[in-house]
Design a protein around this ligand. Structure first.
Ligand code: HEM
Length: 484
């Protein structure tokens, strides 16, 4: 029977709409501010004191904002405020020629060739995770959100800096990041309601201080490598920092400065582990609720790999895992709300004239559960991805869309497939004790009180690889139109 995972019940028409109620609900989670009507229609206007923002929900309109006219809808300063102490001038929030240069220079670090090169570093992180999971007693409870945050942070440190989370410096960075994120959520809310940041002085101080601390910690690792590179010393590093050191702007031949390197590495660390940790934690929760689907994943992995180590070439072969991961990102998109865009140059969308400067909100959470776009929108059904989706591209946007689409999408898919294959091959997950996790929107869609699952070790039997390495893989159904 189809499973409907937990989600906050939308508010009905009679719910109180005062600003104070909105603020209180938003403080708990942005998802708690959504009405039944938010999940249908094409576009709506939300009036707040001194500002009106526009919620864009329909694929054609989203395409106009993110693809066709993306230069007319740059990222809004509101998004920048909360992340600036940590990310500086990073690609995530810049616009125009600054962003264009950053994207040109970062792209090669995420191409297919680099993904192949960092696969072994990634597998090191997955192996370390298995060692930690093996230490959980059979049938014992594991805090899955913490473990997924650990493994994804470890993998991002290994692939960017060739360091692992076991190191002292890396641990400090990890803890400081957690604190920074917690405080950044408060700062985002204050900025959203145009309230002064000094209203939350303790949060403000900690947010500023941790942002600075993380940058200093990262700079220690990066400075040595940057100086050695400038002295012309040879190195064997195969990580992403090495790509960043070697990269030159194809237009003017310039290299990254040390400050730019710290900006980019801080941003990659934040964007690259928090999102993946969210999607992986929810994937495992959903699998724990759907034992039959979990068995299918286990069987697929055993048939493809037998008892051998996974390799780079195996990644596209795990079809069922890919479907589960995609459907998880539909039901619980890690980025529930894209960074706000800003209307410029007198734009009109649908019937609305957009005053210049108006914030434009696009929410994967809403679009993925849109009543008129999806059949059974709240049900978990990985098979809907088999053979490709019927919906237009902008109805499914876990990685955003258009020129600013997530640069790490292929990295994230590779990492997720590796982790899910490694886990479902060796363990069986059951729901933990207590109520189901409640999804909440922080920087990413997380659970309010964590996700605990019961973990059973599968018997150690010999598995035969039944699908030969050179078996034809059916190609993925082509997307209808890459940017529709
Ligand atoms: C499941 C994992 C991930 C999800 C769901 C995700 C989602 C997203 C989304 C929705 C955006 C677009 C934001 C917007 O348009 O406002 C984005 C941008 C970005 N992501 Fe990811 N991301 C993931 C993993 C990663 C990883 C692993 C990295 C790098 C290691 C990464 C790096 C970036 C960067 C640099 C951008 C900004 C691109 C630009 O503005 O040009 N992401 N991501």
């Amino acid at each position: 029977m189809a499973y409907t995972p937990p989600y906050p019940k939308p508010l009905d028409r009679t719910s109180k709409r005062s600003l104070w109620n909105l603020f209180k609900r938003g403080r708990r989670s942005w998802l708690a501010t959504l009405y039944e009507g938010s999940y249908s229609g094409k576009m709506s206007r939300v009036r707040l004191p001194g500002v009106q923002l526009f919620l864009v929900k329909w694929p054609d309109l989203i395409k106009e904002v993110l693809v066709d006219k993306y230069q007319k809808f740059p990222k809004h300063e509101l998004s920048e405020t909360a992340l600036k102490p940590l990310l500086g001038e990073s690609i995530f929030t810049t616009n125009g020629p600054v962003w264009e240069r950053q994207r040109r220079m970062l792209d090669p670090a995420f191409g297919q060739a680099k993904l192949k090169e960092v696969f072994t570093l990634m597998r090191g992180g997955a192996d370390a995770m298995i060692q930690r999971m093996d230490a959980v007693e059979d049938g014992g409870i594991a805090d899955i959100e913490i473990e997924m945050t650990h493994v994804t942070a470890d993998i991002i440190l290994r692939t960017i800096l060739s360091e692992s989370l076991e190191g002292e410096g890396a641990r400090k960075i990890f803890h400081a990041f957690n604190l920074f994120q917690e405080k950044a959520t408060v700062i985002i809310q204050l900025s959203f309601f145009r309230l002064p940041l000094w209203l939350a002085p303790r949060h403000y101080m900690i947010w500023k201080r941790t942002g600075k601390e993380i940058r200093e910690l990262l700079a220690v690792s990066i400075r040595g490598r940057h100086e050695a590179y400038q002295r012309g010393e040879k190195s064997d590093y195969k990580d992403i920092l090495q790509s960043l050191l070697e990269t030159r702007d194809p237009e003017d031949g310039s290299a990254y400065t040390l400050v730019e390197l710290v900006d980019q590495v801080a941003m990659l660390f934040l964007a690259g582990h928090e999102t993946s940790a969210s999607a992986l934690s929810w994937s495992l929760f959903l699998l724990s609720k759907c034992p039959e689907i979990q068995e299918r994943l286990h069987e697929e992995t055993c048939a493809l790999l037998g008892d051998r180590e996974p390799e780079f070439k195996d990644i596209p072969r795990h079809r069922q895992i890919r479907n589960v991961f995609r459907e998880t990102m539909r039901i619980y998109p890690p980025v529930g709300f894209l960074t706000f865009r800003k209307a410029t140059g007198g734009q009109k969308l649908q019937k609305h004239d957009l005053p210049d400067g108006s914030p434009i909100v696009i929410s994967p959470w809403l679009v993925h559960r849109h009543r008129e776009l999806w059949d059974r929108p709240d049900e978990f059904d990985p098979d809907r991805f088999e053979g490709g989706l019927d919906q237009p591209g902008c109805a499914y946007i876990p990685f955003g869309q258009g020129p600013r689409i997530c640069i790490g999408a292929a990295f994230a898919m590779q990492e997720a497939m590796l982790i899910l294959a490694s886990l479902t091959r060796r363990y069986r997950f059951e729901p933990g004790p207590g109520p189901d996790p409640e999804p909440t929107s922080r920087l990413t869609i997380r659970s309010l009180d964590g996700i605990s699952l019961r973990v059973w070790k599968r018997p150690k039997v010999k598995h035969e690889q039944t699908v030969p390495d050179d078996a034809e893989i059916e190609p993925e159904a082509p997307a209808k139109c890459p940017f529709h």
